[in-house]
Design a protein around this ligand. Structure first.
Ligand SMILES: C[S@@+](CC[C@H](N)C(=O)[O-])C[C@H]1O[C@@H](n2cnc3c(N)ncnc32)[C@H](O)[C@@H]1O
Length: 299
């Protein structure tokens, strides 16, 4: 905690020009811990930054291995998510015992362990550094959740995690972007929570702010794009629906204006102010008093 506070002070004391450089390159980053990571053009391990982070008095590691905040990782250094944000991220994602949570780059395992211990979920951490994997496994045993929180030594970019119902991550903007297409291909309704970094122009459903840090939350949208034949009460009409992430646009669609998808739930707004709410299942969407069938898939 001391390190987080000190870093806040450091940012506040940074000359305006340097702050602008941080803001220019990282428009969504308001996390005092991670902003300096990105502002450092030499990489993540400038001696000043690492020594500041190492002032953290939190108990890290165990008798067998003590990782250092800022230590190198394959694609990004290790910096742990503060426990307050771990809890908030899993709460916002509504993690429950039926969920399977995968943390991409799991470090000391704190997110997967919390998902199992505090939310009853099954969880896996994927981590490249074998020492961190071993540490996370010992921590899971210590927390009494070794059967539910497991850890695999793996490269997140070469591992299939498509069976996750919740994905968590604390990586870097560029790595998030590299993962975005994979995430968008996951089952509609899969929840994604990222500490500090966004997914480019894919707008989050919401942001999560704690005293220590910020996170972002998305839900993988069902595919609603294409030409649909609608039956709404006695009305019959066709509509072209365009889609960018969760946002829908409508062309030539009678009274339909635009809409939004949240997992498999769809809301289509109409000129009369009474939206059509329903569910998308493959090439069918339907709600109370209306049904639509996809007659051509969209681009
Ligand atoms: C910023 S830390 C986040 C740790 C943890 N998720 C948390 O929030 O506390 C990122 C972690 O990703 C790991 N990592 C970096 N590149 C990776 C890769 N390609 N595959 C798996 N893990 C990776 C690092 O070793 C580090 O432990």
């Amino acid at each position: 905690m001391k390190a987080y506070l000190f870093l806040s002070f450091l940012i506040a004391a940074t000359p305006a020009a340097a702050q602008m450089r941080i803001l220019d390159s990282t428009p969504h980053v308001d996390d005092p811990l991670t902003a300096p990571i990105l502002s450092d053009p030499l990489g993540d391990l400038s001696p000043t930054r690492v020594s500041l982070l190492q002032g953290n008095t939190e108990k890290l590691g165990d008798g067998k291995y003590q990782p250092e905040i800022g230590q190198a990782g394959k694609d990004v250094i290790w910096v742990p998510t503060p426990d307050s944000l771990v809890k908030a991220m899993l709460t916002v994602a509504e993690v429950k015992p039926t969920d399977y949570v995968v943390d991409l780059g799991s470090g000391d395992g704190r997110i997967a362990i919390a998902a199992a211990r505090d939310f009853g979920a099954r969880a896996t951490g994927l981590e490249y550094n074998p020492d961190m994997v071993a540490l996370a496994r010992r921590k899971a045993i210590e927390a009494g959740v070794a059967g539910k929180a497991t850890f695999r030594q793996a490269d997140i970019f070469e591992t299939d995690f498509s069976d996750a119902t919740v994905v968590t991550m604390y990586l870097l903007p560029s790595l998030n972007l590299k993962l975005r297409d994979t995430l968008l291909k996951m089952k509609p309704g899969t929840r994604i929570v990222s500490h500090a970094f966004t997914l480019g122009d894919w707008e989050p459903e919401r942001s999560i702010t704690t005293d220590d840090a910020t996170g972002y939350y998305w839900i993988v949208p069902a595919n609603a794009a294409g030409r649909w034949a609608f039956e709404v009460g006695n009305e019959r009409f066709a509509a072209e629906i365009g889609q960018q992430y969760q946002m829908l646009s409508v062309a030539r669609g009678g009274s339909l204006k635009d809409g939004r998808v949240k997992g498999t739930q769809v809301q289509l707004n109409r000129a009369n102010g009474q939206p059509l709410n329903g569910e998308i299942r493959g090439d069918q969407m339907q709600g109370r008093g209306w049904v639509a069938t996809r007659i051509r898939t969209g681009g």
